[in-house]
Design a protein around this ligand. Structure first.
Ligand code: SF4
Ligand code: FES
Length: 546
């Protein structure tokens, strides 16, 4: 492989890689604003300029320094190149660019949502001058409401044009443009054409400063308090890699996590903003029994004990039962629920719950696909249930089986959808005095004999199989809401009760091992795991005692 030297480090590179890409791949910091690996190169911010020396073929290959600084984002790496961003000339350029970018910037970091993760703030410390020489009046630019999710604080913009290129090159929707000229130019939308494409929130991630802000996160939390837990999209079949950002057991926002095989750098708005049901005030937090007084909130253990006993007794008394396992659940949830159903009734009918589909898959200009299937694990749930033997029905088959077989006297239903999912058809199919146990998260139209509150995917660990058959595990980001439990834990507890064993805490890794030993070898062989730990931004602020 050819190699070059960047800031005294010898780096191998592939043909066609820019100096900046090579530096980034080798952990060498070169400051940049306008460059992004998923967008075209425009080289307009000029902070990445470096002094470059290279062999001159017209002078017997003698290494000569190129007189002008070169943009490392736009200059291809070449054999024998010697690049430095630490020379006097390169550092003087960095100082000048930072001074220029800050001339009209309001420097309102204390009230800016981006503080703590702002490229301008970070580079001002690392590459800027400590004082500004600018004494004239700053040009003030307005705040603009550019779309349903995004606000533009124009006077913080550094005109890197990443956001404009995103709508041109990734979504192809062209909502954003550069309006005006010179010092008064600004980002804008066309009149009556808001930034409302299905990936619009990505411009907030792309903006290196606090110019484009997320309405959903505005003034909600200082970013240095947030922990990031690597996770997987739990709302659609995409398997997109995400970060769940939370503080003190409360989720504040979702961000994309780069996976070049799946979602690259992006995520959809439907996932980015579709998770709020997790914190919904109507969330079902306590078990309940039909025709019984609500349980006392100060005795949740007793409530669970009574409700689980009633649920298990009712299903056992029914004799022949059917279980509808939601595609919103993890493979581990499905495994334990399937085991429970078959332990109660070896002939238990197993079915995958309704799989919501909205239109057709939509492929964006750069190949990112928005999946029509709005459930994260239909394939994984089916794979697990099929391993337990017998035919696994779909939701329509489940309804038909209940209508045709009056001997099915008990049903175990699971939901965990982000909105109402129970259909009149399901209610009709269950009717006829069947004992009904429902495990769900939000209220719905189904009247169960025993209700047990489940946990959303953010509140538990597990594995999803996406639409392409990729198995990916995820960690729990926050604890289950109040007294809720994961479906796997509920099933584990009910099984222990059924067998007269001491209940134990559900473990996703042990469950995958058990599934693999049962024959689903993919559960230990093919599952891709996220990084092991939460990430918390280190504060780079230092306390100075005066
Ligand atoms: S709004 Fe942000 S992303 Fe867009 S040009 Fe300005 S600084 Fe760049
Ligand atoms: S990153 Fe190279 S000019 Fe902007």
């Amino acid at each position: 492989m050819p190699n070059c030297t960047i800031n005294d480090v010898v780096c191998e590179f592939e043909d066609g890689q820019s100096i900046l890409a090579v530096a980034t791949a080798n952990g060498i910091e070169i400051p940049y604003y306008c460059w992004h690996p998923g967008l075209s190169v425009v080289a307009n911010c000029r902070i990445c300029l470096a002094e470059v020396a290279a062999p001159n073929p017209r002078n017997d290959g003698k290494v000569e320094t190129i007189p002008k600084l070169l943009p490392t984002c736009q200059t291809m790496a070449a054999e024998g190149q010697i690049v430095t961003t630490q020379s006097e000339k390169a550092v003087a350029n960095q100082h000048s660019i930072m001074e220029l970018l800050l001339i009209n910037h309001p420097v309102d970091c204390p009230v800016c949502d981006q503080a703590g993760e702002c490229g301008l703030q970070d580079y001002a410390y690392q590459y800027g001058n400590s004082a500004s020489r600018f004494e004239e009046e700053k040009i003030k630019q307005p705040k603009k409401d550019v779309g349903p999710h995004v606000l533009l604080y124009s006077d913080r913009c550094i005109m890197c044009t990443r956001c404009v290129r995103f709508t041109e090159e990734v979504t192809g929707t062209h909502e954003l443009l550069i309006s005006g000229r010179g010092a008064t130019e600004s980002i804008d939308v066309f009149p009556g054409k808001p930034l409302d494409n299905p990936l619009s929130g990505n411009v907030v991630d792309l903006c290196p400063v606090g110019a484009l802000l997320d309405k959903d996160f505005l003034f909600a939390q200082r970013v240095w308090y947030l922990k990031s837990t690597p996770s997987i999209d739990g709302l659609t079949a995409s398997g997109d890699n995400i970060l769940i950002e939370h503080n003190m057991d409360k989720v504040y926002r979702l961000k994309p996590r780069t996976n070049m095989d799946i979602n690259r750098w992006w995520m959809t708005d439907e996932v980015r903003y579709g998770w709020h049901f997790v914190n919904d005030e109507t969330r079902q937090l306590m078990p309940s029994l039909r025709n019984s007084e609500p349980f006392e909130q100060d005795a949740p253990d007793e409530a669970w004990d009574v409700a689980e006993a009633a649920a298990l007794d009712g299903l056992q008394d029914a004799g022949h039962i059917a279980a509808l396992i939601s595609p919103m659940l993890s493979c581990e949830d499905a495994w334990h629920l399937g085991q429970l159903a078959r332990a109660i009734d070896p002939r238990a009918v197993l079915a995958v719950g309704p799989v919501p589909v909205d239109g057709q898959d939509q492929t964006m200009l750069d190949g990112f696909v928005i999946r029509a299937e709005k459930a994260p694990n239909a394939r994984g749930v089916r794979r697990v249930l099929e391993s337990l033997g017998g035919t696994v029905l779909d939701a329509a088959g489940f309804h038909a089986a209940l209508r045709e077989d009056a001997s099915i006297a008990g049903v175990l239903i699971t939901g965990n959808y982000p909105s109402e999912w129970v259909t009149p058809d399901l209610i009709d199919a269950i009717s006829g005095g069947r004992f009904t146990v429902l495990i769900d998260t939000l209220p719905n139209a189904l009247k169960a004999d025993a209700f047990l509150p489940g946990a959303t995917w953010m509140e538990k660990a597990g594995t999803f199989e996406n639409v392409e058959g990729r198995l990916q595990s995820f960690h729990s980001a926050v604890s289950p809401a109040r007294w809720c439990k994961s479906e796997a834990q509920i099933a584990t507890d009910l099984l222990a009760r059924l067998r007269g064993e001491t209940p134990h805490t559900f473990c996703d890794a042990a469950t995958r091992q058990a599934m693999a030993e049962h024959g689903i070898v993919e559960m230990t062989r093919d599952v891709q795991h996220p990084p092991a730990t939460d990430v918390q931004a280190d504060s780079d602020m230092h306390l100075i005692v005066l």
